[in-house]
Design a protein around this ligand. Structure first.
Ligand code: SF4
Ligand code: SF4
Length: 182
């Protein structure tokens, strides 16, 4: 069995790769995260994914398409479905890449994070799997989250402070720091 692992940045992929390789699955990494703002943060996460790939000897496929204006144009109509659509879109792209590479399956490092919507991950992955006729590997890896943070720190990987889009950065920091108006 082989799988294309969608990687949003380095930390969550550490224990995720170990989990799947321990089960005999050959892992190829895939970076595709047009939801990350701003551009310099996108580059930091790409560097983190590359560092992780070098550390573990993974092949890493990169889709570096990055168009914040297009992302916001889409996200403006997503409303409360914003994260579900964002996750679903990235899994859709990963499934398409896995199929075009002739791989057996795909999965995502999002599945180790307690901060992500696991129903959206599971449902988005299964829908994309059906559309592209490639298996979606889902396992609830949240119990490995602390391990992934430790491994990332030990390896000196970049650790981000918010999910990705500028809205998540606002949600992360809005209640801290100086007031922005009197
Ligand atoms: S879930 Fe967050 S911390 Fe984990 S790899 Fe994705 S962006 Fe990085
Ligand atoms: S908070 Fe994270 S999952 Fe939700 S829309 Fe923003 S980047 Fe995507």
């Amino acid at each position: 069995m082989n799988t294309l692992l969608h990687i949003c940045c380095g930390p969550c992929a550490t224990a995720t790769v170990t989990h799947w390789t321990a089960r005999g699955t050959q892992v190829v990494g895939f970076f595709h995260n047009p939801n990350v703002h701003p551009l310099l943060e996108f580059r930091r996460r790409l560097t983190g994914a590359r560092d992780l790939a070098a550390l573990l000897g993974l092949d890493l496929v990169e889709d570096l398409a990055y168009d914040p204006a297009a992302w916001f144009a889409d996200a403006g109509s997503w409303g409360d479905e914003r994260c579900r659509r964002c996750i679903g879109g990235r899994l859709e792209r990963t499934a398409r890449e896995a199929a075009s590479l002739g791989l057996d399956s795909f999965t995502t490092s999002l599945a180790i994070s307690p901060w992500q919507d696991h129903d959206a991950i599971r449902e988005g992955g299964l829908a994309a799997a059906e559309r592209h006729d490639v298996e979606f590997l889902y396992a609830d890896l949240r119990p490995l989250y602390r391990d992934s943070r430790r491994l990332a720190r030990e390896a000196g990987l970049y650790c981000q402070r918010y999910c990705g889009c500028v809205l998540s950065e606002w949600e992360r920091y809005r209640d801290s720091g100086p007031r922005t108006s009197p």
